[in-house]
Design a protein around this ligand. Structure first.
Ligand code: HEM
Ligand code: HEM
Ligand SMILES: [Fe+2]
Length: 487
């Protein structure tokens, strides 16, 4: 890596980046903005749990919730696409093929997302007609975007996929590159399962879960496995042979358990009974690869005595390994057996798991890549021990993680109360629902969720400030590894 002129060290300068990386920082920028929007709408939805009148008729709960979770999915996708473009030239050894097209698609994608959100906000209620699916909202949780945008998304991701596959094909295919390309086929292919319309809700849910579950518990996991492999080579100088061997093992375990683990969403939607056994068994195995990922990153960090070139990035990679294990593995396992899920299904217990899993497994890793990007953008600046202004990234990390854990515990308490009162005692009836919602334990849990939500939001503000300034006061060049990453 050529050292930049020392006088530009610490300054944001796109001349430090290759073509793929210049495009990546655009994706990263939009990702951070959408992350902020996600938090804002989450806070509004949370207030409405406590004061149901709040903004009623102006910005309804249904809309806030929808924007909250759609922004989540989209910012993570932008973060992933950015991360892949970030590593593409390093991994393949050649400039990105079709970069001009990639840039054009970035703008189309971003404008489409903006248009969809504006329509969500402007048309909050109305008749559900066929045109609604095309123009306003498809009504499928997490991926509510109307069909015109669906088609646009498919075109955008096809272009992205072409750029990635063609670049690896023309350059060199590493193990990471090979796994990544195969995984992207599955990841984007599955999106199609959430696009067609059927009036039967059971059938609709059956296919919709192919997108949601097989994304977060299979194809996204493999994608972040590839990103983590690259991140560990870069920040710790771990040898390629080691990370790729782990990657193959993790991928095999993840697909082995995650694909049929899909059955844990087929317990109560009108699908045949054999799903109890299949879903219960395979989803119970899903934590196994997540343990492997923790062992992997802790082992690598230990073997390198934590000598790393980018402290914030490695800290977030470790947070990812643990967050993935606890949020997806432990919190998922808690309610994945049908005997338990009978009581917990659709309570705040699910929301508790959803928050910890999405944050722990995915938000953390995208944040790690933001720090990897900023280091190079500022001329490969020092980001190890004694970094000037390091308190900001550390406090952002503490507030975000504590805020998240606090919210998750609060929701878990509310969820326990719902399972006990609404389900076990009142037998899932209409009255049981309201009795549970009015119970002080439930209400207090929702208050604590909100309080910790503010802490999380404060962490985000600090994170954004840190991202704008980190390394700006450093005049040292990044720590170099004694051994080359690619052995
Ligand atoms: C990073 C990976 C994961 C993410 C992001 C994630 C996220 C979510 C989300 C958001 C929901 C709520 C869906 C809804 O709106 O109805 C959910 C439901 C569920 N998840 Fe996960 N999950 C992950 C991994 C896992 C794992 C590994 C397991 C099992 C070991 C698991 C078990 C479940 C179960 C059983 C439900 C259904 C809850 C209910 O019946 O209400 N999840 N997950
Ligand atoms: C300021 C912080 C946040 C607050 C106050 C908040 C609040 C909320 C609220 C009120 C809901 C609706 C729950 C319901 O329908 O019962 C929700 C859903 C959700 N939020 Fe958040 N949220 C915050 C941050 C986050 C973050 C950082 C993530 C992930 C990285 C996230 C992921 C989700 C998911 C996946 C759901 C759907 C859960 C389900 O259906 O089970 N939220 N959030
Ligand atoms: Fe699942």
């Amino acid at each position: 890596m050529a050292a930049p002129g020392l006088n530009s060290l610490g300054k944001l300068d796109s001349a430090n980046l290759n073509g793929g990386q210049k495009l990546a920082v655009k994706y990263f920028t939009v990702a951070v903005v959408l992350f902020g929007a996600q938090i804002l709408f989450g806070l509004l939805a949370g207030i409405q749990y406590l004061k149901p009148d709040f903004l009623f008729g102006i910005l309804d709960f249904s809309v806030n919730r929808m924007v909250h979770i759609n922004a989540l999915v989209v910012w993570l996708l932008f973060g992933f696409i950015g991360s892949v473009y970030w590593m593409l030239e390093d991994e393949s050894g050649i400039p990105v093929v079709g970069l001009g097209l990639g840039n054009l698609i970035f703008w189309i994608f971003t404008l489409a997302v903006a248009a969809v959100v504006v329509v969500y906000l402007l048309v909050q209620v109305g008749p559900g007609e066929h045109s609604t699916i095309w123009l306003i909202n498809e009504g499928r949780e997490y991926i509510e975007a109307p069909r015109w945008a669906d088609i646009g998304i498919v075109v955008c991701v096809l272009t992205f996929f072409y750029n990635v596959a063609a670049t690896f094909a023309k350059g060199r295919y590493t193990g990471v590159g090979g796994v990544l390309v195969l995984d992207l086929i599955a990841l984007f292919g599955l999106y199609l399962a959430g696009m067609f319309y059927t009036p039967n809700v059971s059938v609709d849910q059956y296919w919709w879960w192919w997108v949601i579950h097989l994304w977060v518990e299979a194809t996204w996991e493999v994608l972040v496995g590839c990103l983590m492999a690259y991140g560990l080579m870069l920040t710790l100088g771990v040898r390629r042979k080691i990370v790729e061997t782990w990657l193959y093992i993790e991928v095999a375990l993840m697909f082995g358990s995650g694909i049929l683990g899909l059955g844990h969403h087929y317990f109560w939607i009108g699908t045949p009974e054999y799903w109890f056994t299949i879903g219960g068994f395979f989803s119970a195995l899903e934590p196994v690869p997540l343990v492997a990922m923790v062992v992997h990153s802790v082992f690598d960090a230990g073997a390198h005595k934590m000598k790393n070139t980018n402290h914030p990035a490695l800290a977030w990679i470790i947070a990812h390994a643990f967050g993935n294990f606890f949020g997806a593995g432990v919190w998922g396992f808690m309610h994945t057996l049908p005997q338990i899920n009978l009581y917990t299904h659709g309570t705040q217990w699910s929301a508790s798991h959803g928050h910890l899993a999405f944050f722990g497994a995915y938000a953390t890793l995208v944040i790690a890549f933001l720090y990897i990007a900023l280091q190079k953008w500022r001329g490969n600046v020092w980001m190890s021990g004694g970094l000037a202004g390091a308190w900001k990234w550390k406090w952002a990390m503490i507030l975000l993680n504590l805020g998240m854990v606090g919210m998750v515990m609060a929701m878990l308490i509310s969820g326990y109360e719902q399972s006990q009162i609404e389900r076990a005692i009142e037998g899932s009836g209409w009255m049981g629902y309201f009795t549970a919602q009015a119970h002080p334990w439930f209400v207090q849990g929702m208050w604590w969720r909100q309080i910790f939500g503010w802490m999380f939001a404060a962490g985000f503000v600090l994170l954004a400030w840190d991202l704008l300034t980190i390394g700006g006061k450093e005049k040292r060049l990044a720590l170099q590894h004694a051994e080359p990453a690619a052995a």
